[in-house]
Design a protein around this ligand. Structure first.
Ligand code: AMP
Ligand code: GLY
Length: 437
């Protein structure tokens, strides 16, 4: 039997997904619906077709033409558009939740309301606003520590934090007004102080299998400064924890992910089948939820899928067939560091269309293509995060050396964060956590 599997999306995360599918012992043909002609993906697929990945009927049509049995949806936008619902309706199994349940990512108020209703630990004091009524009062109630979140998908740019993006209440009110003027709504919630970490879990709607804990670096520049990005780099440790966390923190996060899946099953009488990505903050008062994503993180997928020992196709069918509890999901006991090379000027004013050269890369197996195209045989960066590399070793510090060497060997008008995974940055996180506990 040859499995015909469709991957929706064409960034580095989807390249990592496709590499893992390709490593499976099963006979398979991999297809990709893409927004750009990713050369790394192209090499591994039967077919890669550029289409609107958010258009349900064109994704379904393509899947039917190719006799696809299972689809894996990489990014959030197709989930928000209901691509998973449309595929299931045509008897195609999907790793990626249906639209209702993807609200865990697409609506900040949905998630906070779910936590409140089901009394899931780790929630925040919050309020949803559809107008400016009561905004000043609620800001005052939270003192100087609040976060304003546009209530919808904003590519990581809808969240503004007091003391960072918002200098005072006037700034906050201006931002709220901007959202109302554009016809949107927003959530104001308490600000947590601590260290962020991510726990991604494979879910079949009932059973969860957790992946190693990852830390992302959202800020564009060294020392966690500059504008927010999709993520400049990530690391994991060989014990699958992080140096500033203890097992209690991680167990709390696992329990919160599990409680969330149970709440969704109860609310919709249906199963969340896909990846649940919890973004958490370890604080003085325990683990708090910052946000959920309904998919693999990018670059987090590159770290964890590089470590995955279990056959990925078995895991995917475990998810779609509700048999995840029967699968032993295992990861290598090694550390990883992933670094992204991004265009100069990214994220606000990126260069676009410039040639890049990867001839000096020594380990192409751990190279992931993102926003790149090919023109007349020449690799071109196309304006967003360009390429990611993963270093793997027994310690974070050794993995960082590999990742740094590889990422700096890519030639072109690009930059990356040298500090990700370096000892001094990790020590800063440990010291911060120690000062809070
Ligand atoms: P999100 O898009 O919800 O992941 O938010 C982007 C970033 O804003 C997070 O990675 C955090 O650094 C920060 N953030 C969001 N919510 C909070 C919160 N309640 N307290 C502190 N920081 C937050
Ligand atoms: N790296 C964070 C995300 O994928 O949303």
């Amino acid at each position: 039997m040859i499995y015909k599997i469709l991957v929706v999306g064409s960034g580095a995360r989807e390249h990592a997904i496709i590499k893992s599918l390709n490593n499976s012992r099963h006979q398979k043909e991999i297809y990709c619906i893409a927004s750009n002609m990713n050369p790394g993906i192209n090499e591994l697929c039967e077919d890669i077709t550029i289409k609107d990945i958010n258009n349900c009927s064109s994704v379904v049509r393509y899947a039917q033409e190719k006799n696809i049995q299972m689809a894996i949806i990489g990014p959030e936008n197709p989930l928000a558009a209901g691509v998973s619902d449309a595929l299931w309706n045509c008897n195609i199994k999907v790793v990626g939740p249906k639209k209702d349940m993807a609200q865990i990512e697409t609506s900040k108020s949905f998630t906070r309301d779910l936590f409140k209703k089901y009394q899931i630990p780790g929630g925040a004091q919050y309020k949803t606003f559809y107008s400016m009524d009561g905004v000043s009062e609620f800001l005052q109630k939270l003192g100087n520590d609040y976060v304003v979140k546009f209530d919808g998908l904003a590519g990581g740019k809808g969240v503004k934090v007091s003391g960072e993006h918002l200098a005072n209440n006037n700034d906050a009110i201006d931002y709220c007004q901007e959202i109302i003027d554009s016809g949107g709504k927003f959530v104001i919630e308490e600000k947590f102080v601590g260290e962020e970490f991510s726990l991604m879990s494979f879910c079949d709607g009932k059973s969860l299998k957790h992946m190693p804990i990852v830390q992302d670096h959202k800020r564009a520049y060294e020392g966690d400064s500059g504008p927010n990005t999709g993520g400049m780099g990530t690391y994991t440790d060989s014990d699958h924890l992080l140096p500033f966390l203890n097992t209690d923190d991680v167990n709390e996060a696992k329990m919160i992910n599990k409680a969330t899946i149970n709440a969704l099953r109860d609310k919709y009488n249906d199963r969340y089948k896909g990846i649940l990505y919890g973004g958490f903050m370890a604080t003085r008062d325990g683990v708090k939820l910052i946000e959920y994503n309904a998919r693999f993180g990018d670059p987090e997928a590159m770290n964890v899928l590089s470590l995955l020992e279990t056959d990925f196709i078995d895991i995917c069918f475990g998810i779609t067939n509700c048999e995840l509890d029967e699968i032993q999901v295992q990861f290598k006991k090694r550390a990883t560091v992933c670094k992204y090379a991004v265009p100069e000027g990214y994220p606000d004013n990126p260069t676009k269309g410039q040639p890049i050269n990867i001839n000096n890369i020594t380990n192409p197996d751990q190279l992931y293509y993102a926003s790149v195209d090919i023109e007349n045989g020449q690799l071109i960066e196309s304006g967003s995060r360009t390429m990611a590399v993963v270093g793997m070793a027994d310690t974070i510090s050794e993995a960082e050396v590999f990742a740094e060497r590889e990422v700096s060997s890519i030639i072109g008008p690009l930059f990356h964060r040298e500090d990700i995974g370096k000892d001094f940055l990790i020590k800063k996180r440990i010291d911060n956590m120690n000062s809070l506990r």
